[in-house]
Ligand binder design. Structure first.
Ligand code: NDP
Length: 312
């Protein structure tokens, strides 16, 4: 357990934080404050509970209070786009902003979730998307962000498998043609179907971007069982509560390499710090902080099964 370093607040303190609804269970404040302290920077990171009706006021306050920036989480990642002066081309493609930068009163929207996934993938597994065949489970906001990132990073092909086929087809339509000559396909998430089994056989990397397996559904059967997984497959799950999801346990049983969602969460936070400060963030320390916080949560869950809704 690392000592919790606290930063003294003074006239030169810069304030950043997160807008969300709810925010009580966000893991970002301990992660970001420990990073700032380790970097020796006079920043504090606070949670702000912002309901939809006050989102525009809260965004205006970034300018009024000269905040260096904020993160934006559920449910504001899409609605906030219309309230900013500028949105990066990638965040615009993804259709969601999770980090706002205040550049001398001009508010710029970034998406660090998608590059956070990419950095976690490359740093923790050594796998780069170039030439790889990806099978993504899901077609929600996280799937769109990761799919855009993988296509822009040179993925050879991308199959989207979703419970609701229509939603996968809609996302596929948007992605198709984003990068010419890259094959994008939508199928139903049905492990009984030949189509899905073929997609599994031909994939190099499987990424779960659905919320299946996330607390309080962590004891439900995994979307894909060990007997369907080849040991050559890299299996990633962006769910991080619990850290070892049922899908990752199955993948380990099948002898696959696995990647949990903790790295993505740490890297999206590290990238936000880099946008606000221009300095490289201590990502290993941030992962360690998340690991400690999640271990505490998992202990609580096992003991009480009480409410725990962790989102970032
Ligand atoms: P959305 O609500 O936009 O999408 C949810 C997706 O999950 C849909 O594809 C939905 O399918 C699918 N789904 C939900 N329940 C099931 C189920 N029981 N079986 C099969 N599919 C299911 O959510 P997001 O995309 O924003 O987030 C998804 C997950 O990613 C969350 O758990 C979130 O915590 C995690 N996440 C992790 C991050 C990280 O940093 N590690 C960052 C961002 C998100 P359908 O369309 O059929 O309803």
């Amino acid at each position: 357990m690392l000592p919790m370093t606290t930063m003294a607040i003074h006239g030169k303190t810069r304030v950043v934080g997160v807008f969300g609804d709810p925010v009580e269970h966000t893991l970002s404040p301990p992660m970001q404050n420990r990073a700032f302290a380790a970097m020796g920077l006079p920043y504090v990171y606070v949670p702000w509970h912002v309901s939809a009706e006050y989102l525009a006021d809260a965004v205006a306050a970034i300018r009024a209070l000269r905040l260096k920036g904020v993160n934006v989480t559920i449910p504001h990642k899409v609605a906030v786009l219309d309230l900013l002066d500028e949105v990066t081309p990638q965040a615009r493609l993804i259709g969601a902003v999770n980090t706002i930068e205040n550049r001398n009163g001009r508010l710029i929207g970034h998406n660090t979730d998608a590059p956070g996934f990419l950095r976690s993938l490359v740093e923790e597994t050594g796998v780069t998307p170039e030439g790889q065949r990806f099978l993504l489970l899901g077609a929600g906001g996280a799937a769109r962000a990761i799919a855009v990132q993988l296509l822009l990073s040179g993925a050879r092909s991308l199959v989207l498998a979703n419970r609701s086929l229509a939603r996968a087809q809609q996302l596929c339509q948007f992605l198709d043609g984003l990068v010419p000559q890259t094959h994008v396909e939508a199928i139903a998430l049905n492990t009984q179907s030949e189509e899905f089994l073929q997609a599994l056989v031909h994939a190099d990397v499987l990424v779960n971007t659905t919320s299946a397996g996330m607390y309080p559904h962590h004891k439900e059967p995994p979307l894909v069982s060990a007997d369907l997984l080849r040991r050559e497959l890299l299996v990633c799950d962006i769910v991080y509560t619990p850290r070892r999801t049922a899908l990752l346990k199955e993948a380990e049983r099948a002898g696959c390499r696995v990647l949990s969602g903790l790295g993505m969460l740490a890297h999206q936070g590290a990238l936000a710090i880099e946008i606000w400060t221009g300095r490289q963030a201590p990502v290993e320390l941030m992962k360690q902080t998340l690991d400690e916080e999640l271990a505490k949560r998992e202990k609580e869950i096992d003991v009480s099964e009480g409410g725990c809704n962790v989102r970032d």
